[in-house]
Design a protein around this ligand. Structure first.
Ligand code: NAD
Length: 416
């Protein structure tokens, strides 16, 4: 078994390939593989049993040439500086691709939120916010939710920031509860982006989305919303999995019933309208569309050769390793890369920030229509770049993104 990839190394490998094809100056490449600011904070927190625990938190700002840094905060035991650096860089590329005026950031705290009380989580969040206070601001760095964090965590960040800044600034975080200025459509936005990407990819193959067969790995926020929206668009969801196992029904899973079952039992496994299957086999099914929506390093040099999907729409970050890319490409699998396919949430976060700043809120239909417009535009620009450089859509996406960030850097010049 090859060693699992460092997320930052995987990002750097794709960036290197794109930079060579594009002809990027070496100095700019160095700028892009060196995040602008990485902060490590130590967070003493009073636990419910009277003890103190010291947590480690990170916030990384990768690049701010195109605007303030934007990126989620992850609460998870697996959080590392390497992973946060990769996430911050991916966000620079995602914001550039979808053409919103942000740079890339990311944050995280090493903790297990499932084992902490609400009070402990609130104290941890507030201490973390206070420690990175100088980095934050609606014109500086704007966090949002990620794995293990929620609209409630965003509300505590907003409040702690407001107490220190002595003023309200709702646009300092996105993914907030609707009553605090959150945007309609945010919760399902990443899934909606997967739907838009799947439709565009099928169109590129000259096939309709309606009737297409789909397998989805992961049934959390991204996986379940992607399943629901693809199902409502007429696609046939034939398999889904989560960390506990996988299920399949070749005639099509009733996704609404599956979501109800998952809410009640916390897992899609055990759903009566499908048969159990080997979770590893799900990635290798002969379907029209495969949606990885779980975790990184899932399609590797080991299993890529056996992938039979026509299209892969990467809803999760980093599901495919750099070694698997050329194997999928030579087997004719059309991959919509993560930095494009998973950008729906970030785009609606941008809409939330805009609505907070103008103080005027859009109807859900308007949010969804604007998301289609932004993502369709990004998809077409990525594939035009891919065709121009005769490369893979992933490297095409990186070229388009680095071109936009490089242009911004050149216009600003380097302050010294
Ligand atoms: P989540 O925690 O809500 O769901 C993750 C799901 O994956 C769960 O169902 C979990 O059981 C499952 N899972 C974990 N390991 C698995 C495995 N080995 N095999 C099969 N299933 C497995 O997380 P989410 O918000 O849905 O995010 C999923 C991925 O998408 C992450 O990579 C995240 O960074 C990325 N992402 C999320 C958003 C967003 O808006 N939520 C935006 C962009 C990217």
């Amino acid at each position: 078994m090859p060693a699992p990839h460092s997320a930052f190394d995987a990002m750097q490998a794709r960036l290197r390939a794109a930079a060579e094809l594009y002809g990027l100056e070496e100095a700019l490449f160095k700028v892009f593989i060196t995040p602008m600011r990485s902060v490590i904070v130590s967070l003493p927190v009073h636990m419910d049993d009277g003890s103190w625990e010291v947590f480690t938190g990170y916030r990384v700002q990768h690049n701010i040439a195109r605007g303030p840094s934007k990126g989620g905060i992850r609460f998870d035991m697996g959080v590392t500086l390497d992973e946060i650096k990769a996430g911050a860089a991916w966000n620079t590329w995602k914001c550039a691709l979808v053409d919103v005026p942000f740079g890339g950031g990311k944050g995280g705290v090493v903790c297990d939120p499932s084992r902490m009380s609400q009070g402990e989580l609130e104290r941890l969040t507030r201490r973390y916010t206070a420690e990175i206070m100088d980095m934050l601001g609606s014109d500086r760095d704007i966090p949002g939710p990620d794995m293990g964090t929620s609209p409630q965590v965003m509300a505590w960040i907003l409040d702690t920031y407001a107490m220190h800044a002595r003023r309200t600034d709702n646009a300092v975080v996105t993914g907030k509860p609707i009553g605090l200025g959150g945007s309609l459509g945010r919760a399902e936005a990443t899934g909606r982006g997967v739907l838009i990407s799947a439709r565009e990819a099928m169109q590129r193959l000259g096939k309709p989305l309606a009737g297409a067969t789909v397998a989805i790995q992961g049934f959390g926020n991204v996986g379940s919303q992607s399943a629901r929206l693809l199902h409502e668009a007429g696609a046939r969801i034939v398999a889904v999995s989560d960390a506990n196992g996988a299920i399949r029904n070749d005639r099509g899973i009733d996704v609404h019933a599956l979501m109800k079952h998952t809410t009640e039992t916390k897992s899609p496994v055990g759903f009566k309208g499908a048969e159990p299957m080997d979770a590893k086999e799900l990635l290798l099914m002969a379907v029209d569309i495969l949606v990885p929506a779980a975790t990184d390093n899932q399609i590797t040099e080991e299993n890529a050769i056996k992938v039979r999907a026509k299209v892969i729409v990467e809803g999760s970050n980093g599901p495919t390793t750099p070694e698997a890319d050329p194997i999928l490409f030579s087997n004719g699998v059309l991959v919509v890369p993560d930095i494009l396919a998973s950008v729906g949430g970030l785009t609606v976060s941008y809409f939330e920030w805009v609505q907070n700043r103008i103080g005027y809120y859009w109807r859900e239909r308007e949010v969804n229509e604007r998301l289609v417009e932004y993502m369709t535009h990004a998809f077409q620009a990525v594939f035009a770049t891919t065709d121009k450089y005769k490369t893979t859509p992933r490297i095409g996406a990186y070229i388009l993104a680095l071109d936009r960030v490089a242009q911004a850097l050149h216009s600003r010049g380097f302050y010294a």
